[in-house]
Design a protein around this ligand. Sequence first.
Ligand code: S3P
Length: 436
Amino acid sequence: MSRTHIFAVAGHPVLHSKSPLLFNKSFQKLKEKAVYTRISTESASEAVTLFEEIGLSGLNVTAPLKQAIIDQLDELEPAASVIGAVNAVLKERGVLKGSNTDPLGVTASLKSLGLSLQGRHCVVLGAGGAGKAAAYGLVREGARVFLVNRTYRKAVLAAEKLGCDAVYLDELPSLMNEANIVVSALAPRINLIRKEWLHPAHVVLDANYPHSPLQNLARAQGCTYIPGEAWLLNQAIPAYKLFTGKEADRAIMERALSFGFGTTTRRNNISLVGFMGCGKSTAGLALAKKLGYSFKDVDAVIEEREGKTIPEIFHLKGEERFRSLEKSVLAEIEQERRTVYACGGGAVSDPENRSTLRSNSRVIWLYAALGACLQRIDPRSRPLLDKEGRGEKTEELFRKRLPLYAQAADLVVSSEKKPEQTAETIYEEIHHTLGD
Ligand code: S3P
């Protein structure tokens, strides 16, 4: 049987990313054995370590990793090399290769309005990974591009490589007067444009969603506004082709984009899943404290109700009975609010459990390498492990579970650090996504 391919988008914050929606809807429609999730990390080397260890088939990269990831890769495709940023990573014959589909994300979004880009004056705000990709794409279409960055020197260096002009921030008002197109690729919530500089002839595209500071200004001034979701969609379609070798289902992806994130739908619960010993209970407790949530350790609840330890339940009643107890404790999450759940390592094996967890909580997969997991537990306390711990059976179980965790997870966080740090990463993600 062919394996399930696992894909992800890595960055921080990343829980707001709609890439999983786009890809998973297309995978389902085209019956691909594949799943797409999110990896929260600010470290390019951690992103690549997780790529290798989980055995990803492809990785999208978002802020703040688009430039930093380059040092971790073996090869760059020409556009990524000129831009100096990557938004898609692929492993081909053992070689880690970086590509960039962001230029297409920008140009296809603008062209979808029937615009010709040839000779147009474009202001690109931000000389980070996204801004440079936008400038590259627009220059290739024959546009005249003016790159603006708060640190002017950074704009100059980028403009030299990309064949466009670097412009001082204080020239922005006069530049805006002559511009046809404004592309903002600044960090979320940052805006350099004043309302009065915008006029109805401007076409404005903001990389950011769902928090675009430009959106209200552009709409108020009667500009044509293109939301960041269009950019997302138009870079995802070529990334899908890179990753799978097949054409994405554009209509399905477009429809997926209209699904909201919803702050109340999952009752604010958080479920931690992951292999035995990955740190769900310790990080879970730390997270619950930070958030002021209740904490529930599913195994501890089972042990208390049965008056027996997990190995005793397995020994006396068998795994099947344990799974049915586990399932009924998990089902109670439907009544819970503001609770962090630490789930047993095998909870995700049952598709109904996965669906219960996904409908009632944000599901976070704590990933630690098998060696790190086994260091934290006594194999005798885990009936499913080889007696001595690190045998073939354990290794096989670990591998077999990877796609199941990925299918369950809204987010992957490395837990090979102190529980408080793991909890902090999750806390930041939750706050960024749901905090306002
Ligand atoms: C299991 C993991 C254990 C416990 C039981 C089965 C599994 O929980 O539920 O031994 O199938 O992986 P932890 O993941 O908390 O160790």
